[in-house]
Design a binder for this molecule. Structure first.
Ligand code: NI
Length: 178
């Protein structure tokens, strides 16, 4: 389909709670086209994931995983996932800190505390149930991407703003194409 322009932080669209995907949309050509646009854009931008609001569509759908992002060279490969209308439930209260970036916040990184273990439930593009218990990087990516569907960007989650800055200063060795 097409590589779409990324909506960047500062745009109020990224602060909205997105509309759930309605039952009649599952399996529809419109939803499939949206997923192709998300995939093309994520791959072109080397993202670990992407959410529909980031390409200007305020709907509760995100895709993530499927390949090793050069922006997260040490992370496990998360299975390719298309997730609609998610509900996230942290398991326990153990948190983990790690660096995150975002296509909507280009050139920057921040240290973000996330629930280490997570249960998430939603449906795929056909409306089939996805029900997973995950941890580590998979849990982090799911939390980051689903946050986009509820109007939250990772800088809003940073606890120590001293650990927020530009990629080329914080991590001079890493690719900085975001
Ligand atoms: Ni993001």
């Amino acid at each position: 389909m097409a590589i779409k322009p990324i909506v960047k932080m500062g745009d109020p669209l990224l602060l909205r709670v997105a509309e759930p995907i309605s039952p009649e949309e599952f399996g529809s050509p419109g939803l499939m086209a949206l997923i192709e646009d998300l995939k093309d854009t994520m791959v072109a931008m080397n993202g670990a994931g992407i959410a529909a609001p980031q390409i200007g569509v305020s709907k509760q759908i995100t895709i993530f995983g499927g390949f090793k992002s050069p922006r997260y060279p040490d992370a496990e490969v998360v299975p390719y996932t298309i997730l609609c209308n998610p509900v996230l439930t942290p398991i326990g209260d153990e948190m983990a800190d790690d660096w995150e970036g975002c296509l909507s916040v280009p050139g920057m990184r921040g240290m973000v505390p996330r629930a280490l273990r997570l249960h998430y439930k939603g449906v795929d593009e056909q409306g089939l149930v996805i029900d997973r218990t995950v941890e580590g990087f998979h849990a982090r990516v799911a939390q980051h991407e689903c946050d986009h569907l509820f109007g939250v960007l990772y800088p809003m989650r940073i606890k120590d703003m001293r650990l927020f800055g530009f990629n080329d200063v914080l991590m001079p060795g890493l690719p900085v194409e975001d």
